[in-house]
Design a protein around this ligand. Structure first.
Ligand SMILES: C[S@@+](CC[C@H](N)C(=O)[O-])C[C@H]1O[C@@H](n2cnc3c(N)ncnc32)[C@H](O)[C@@H]1O
Length: 252
């Protein structure tokens, strides 16, 4: 694992380790409900034999099953704590991970697929940083390689007076809720997840500089990428007026 500090890409102070530092020990419990198998199936198909680079590899939710299917997988993540969880899992010590900001960090090699899943493009705090991320993804691709971005579609109508509170998951042991505030002027959504268990409360903050799919398409074009697909989920459901999320595939 190597270390790089990567805030220069953003033009203002930004700490790519902040999210992971606060959530690493419980992160996996917050993503149990996600359609991980469908995502892995689709990524495996798009990699076309690999190799794969995952920006924001985290605890290996996608990377470990992709590696288990025989693909060479590498990662970049801002948080040493998240990578430590990945390392503790079977096969985790065989995945090379560079700790740094994925808008700026370069790793060795040319890849068939670069992946940026689960809205993590919005973790970058500005349009400039997001454009840099698309350029960085393109710089890691071999000719014909793909960059896959999974993100939600902004939905200001879900907010009342600029704020929203929603239940994310509920079991007898754990309740996960999210409080969110929207700033439409600067396209920011500030959220704190609240994880409630018998052991107490945990507050898990995350800020998002959100962008509509069309803005992401323009960032891709600035980086020399063309859109190949847009689905509303990993199974390939068509993207429509009602889609609240998208999986977009860009090609070099
Ligand atoms: C929501 S988690 C997703 C983890 C994994 N990709 C998954 O699908 O489960 C986002 C990950 O991106 C990392 N991250 C956020 N911003 C980053 C940045 N600018 N540079 C590198 N890593 C970043 C966090 O540390 C975290 O591990």
């Amino acid at each position: 694992m190597t270390h790089e500090s990567g805030s220069s890409a953003h033009g203002r102070e930004f700490d790519p380790s902040a999210y992971g530092r606060k959530i690493a020990d419980v992160y996996d419990t917050t993503v149990e409900q996600l359609p991980t198998d469908a995502a892995v199936d689709r990524l495996h198909e798009l990699a076309d034999g690999g190799p794969v680079l995952e920006f924001g590899i985290g605890t290996g939710r996608l990377a470990l099953p992709l590696a288990a299917r025989g693909l060479a997988v590498a990662g970049v993540d801002g948080s040493a704590e998240m990578v430590e969880v990945l390392r503790s899992k079977p096969g985790g010590d065989r995945i090379p991970v560079t700790v740094g900001d994925f808008a700026a960090t370069r790793v060795e090699g040319e890849f068939a697929l670069v992946v940026l899943a689960l809205n993590t493009i919005f973790a970058l705090p500005s349009q400039d940083a997001q454009v840099n991320c698309f350029r960085n993804a393109a710089a890691h691709l071999r000719p014909g390689g793909r960059f896959v971005v999974e993100a939600w579609v902004p939905d200001p109508a879900a907010f009342r007076n600029g704020s929203a509170l929603r239940l994310l998951s509920l079991s007898e042991d754990t309740v996960l809720a999210e409080a969110a505030r929207l700033s439409t002027a600067d396209q920011m959504m500030y959220t704190t997840k609240i994880r409630m268990t018998a052991g107490g409360l945990r507050l898990l903050p995350a800020n998002h500089r959100y962008a509509w799919p069309a803005e992401l398409d323009l960032m891709a074009r600035l980086a020399g990428l063309e859109r190949e697909h847009r689905w509303s989920d990993w199974t390939g459901t068509p993207f429509t007026d009602d889609s609240r999320t998208h999986v977009s595939v860009y090609r070099l």
